[in-house]
Design a protein around this ligand. Structure first.
Ligand code: SF4
Ligand code: SF4
Ligand code: FES
Length: 250
């Protein structure tokens, strides 16, 4: 059975904005993105929203619903009571372009900083041979749809723009872990993870894991193992001695 929902949607741009109230019909089985589309079609044709797949796979429709980072297309209207006001706001950690659309280019800049897959010398494309057991751990991280909800949630950058230059964020900690756990990768990214990507700023609160729509265990399966690998490297007495001797050489 349909009903009229009360929506409160943030409207504005980089110069500022405000929440605006709408009353809008809802049909059985709909998701929040359906309602946003109905608003565009019937009341606010200039409402800006980013989306592509409406299937939880492109990662475009990230926003905050009642203050929780969510995908608009994967949030069912049946999760709210009929008299509940549904508030939809843009991601808080990134600059607003207009209405529900934010500028997430911070994430693409961070992606470019991570050294890419480095296979052994002489091994050409098509010559890689791996068993399923070899990729069991890193495969989980390939499920990432780059929705950046984890980035938006992480308290290290959510309210602290000044931390952004020194912190890549959880999405890129899983990228580093994926490469570190890849059986054919030869690069060592452990020092960079600590010194350039800001792994040490993460205090394993697990907030990123809680919002991941792909259910990736970001903290337990990527961040904590990476922290352990960094500790192994930096505080291993033999590695420490080796580094010390290397530094002494002219
Ligand atoms: S576990 Fe680390 S990366 Fe994830 S939200 Fe907490 S501080 Fe951020
Ligand atoms: S790790 Fe999860 S929350 Fe983060 S960008 Fe990927 S899919 Fe989104
Ligand atoms: S529209 Fe693609 S994830 Fe929502």
């Amino acid at each position: 059975m349909g009903y009229d929902a009360q929506f409160r949607v943030w409207r504005g741009d980089a110069d500022g904005g405000a929440l605006q109230d709408y009353s809008i019909p809802v049909n059985e089985g709909e998701v929040v993105l359906d309602i946003i589309h109905r608003l565009q079609a019937t009341q606010t044709p200039d409402l800006a929203v980013r989306w592509n797949c409406k299937a939880g796979k492109c990662g475009s429709c990230s926003a905050e619903i009642n203050g929780q980072p969510r995908l608009l297309c994967m949030t069912r209207m049946s999760t709210f009571t009929e008299d509940e006001v549904v508030t939809v706001t843009p991601l808080r950690a990134f600059p607003v372009i207009r209405d529900l659309v934010t500028d997430v280019s911070f994430n693409y800049a961070k992606a470019r900083e991570i050294p890419s897959f480095t296979p052994p010398p002489g091994l050409g494309p098509g010559e890689y041979r791996m068993q399923q057991v070899d990729v069991e751990r890193s495969q989980e991280f390939r499920k990432c749809i780059e929705c950046f909800l984890c980035q938006n949630t992480c308290h290290v950058i959510r309210d602290h723009d000044d931390n952004k230059p020194a912190f890549s964020g959880p999405r890129f900690f899983i990228r580093v872990a994926e490469l570190e756990m890849h059986p054919l990768d030869t690069a060592d990214r452990r020092d960079a993870a600590q010194e350039e990507f800001g792994l040490g700023l993460c205090n394993i609160t697990k907030c990123c894991t809680e919002v991941c729509p792909e259910g990736i265990k970001i903290t337990d399966n990527a961040i904590i193992p990476m922290k352990e690998r960094v500790v192994d490297r930096r505080y291993d007495p033999i590695v420490w001695l080796g580094n010390k001797l290397r530094r002494r050489r002219p």
